[in-house]
Design a protein around this ligand. Structure first.
Ligand SMILES: [Zn+2]
Length: 233
């Protein structure tokens, strides 16, 4: 068997290995993503805090309104008790009463929207909780599949890697070196066939002289256009 043919066999093995390396990497990446669960967990935590804040705000509005209502009542009692006859004092209480009533109206108006916002935040929080539970279930199944697939690809890789060892037998170290250097540069295709005088790597027609030189050559012949190792029938 010619060295070029041996190298073509080796290249097939290397392509198999590269394919598994890619799959392995994809699986590792997917495992690391954890099915988007970490992101969902932080979204859930944010929603929980948001809900708490809005509930607190709604409660604060209600208690503030209650305090103001008491204050308004007290001031009204004083205003209409008839006990205060001093005009300046009456005016001062009246002013305070007006202020308190305005403030009460403002807070009262804020109660309903703040309650609604808290309710909505509660719903968002609940929805995220449900989403997370569902996602965790799905991920548990997917994760198992991925782990199984990862170990399958890992053992395949080992097996093919061992085959690669034997595939290099009979190839001179120098030729191997040429091939190994070419492979990554040529995107995993370092050895190509020549079909009716055309390099199947770059589709360029080889000069007539090169084909006969190739047929008589003892060592490897590279395409003068793309540099790949050529194989003729
Ligand atoms: Zn070429």
């Amino acid at each position: 068997m010619s060295t070029a043919r041996s190298l073509l066999g080796l290249q097939e093995t290397d392509q198999q290995l590269a394919m598994r390396r890619r799959s392995y990497r994809q699986i590792v990446e997917e495992l690391e993503s954890e099915g988007g669960i970490p992101e969902l967990k932080s979204a859930l935590e944010r929603a929980r805090i948001r809900e708490l804040e809005l509930k607190l705000e709604a409660a604060r509005n209600e208690s503030e309104a209650a305090t103001l209502r008491d204050r308004v009542k007290q001031l009204e009692e004083r205003l209409y008790s008839g006990a205060i006859t001093n005009v300046r004092e009456l005016t001062a209480i009246e002013t305070e009463h007006n202020t308190a009533r305005r403030e009460l109206a403002r807070v009262d108006e804020a109660i309903a929207p703040s309650k609604l916002a808290a309710e909505e935040a509660d719903q968002v929080h609940d929805r995220l909780k449900t989403d997370l539970a569902e996602k965790e279930q799905v991920w548990a199944v997917r994760r198992k599949e991925l782990l199984k697939e990862r170990s399958r690809i890992g053992s395949e890789y080992k097996k093919i890697g061992a085959e690669r060892e034997s595939a290099t037998e009979g190839i001179s170290p120098l030729d191997l070196e040429v091939y190994n250097a070419l492979l990554p540069r040529m995107n995993g295709v370092a050895v190509v066939k020549v079909d009716r005088g055309v390099c199947l790597g770059c589709r360029v027609r080889l000069p007539i002289g090169e084909i006969s030189r190739m047929q008589n050559a003892v060592g490897l012949v590279n395409c003068s256009s793309c540099g790949r190792i050529l194989l003729t029938e």
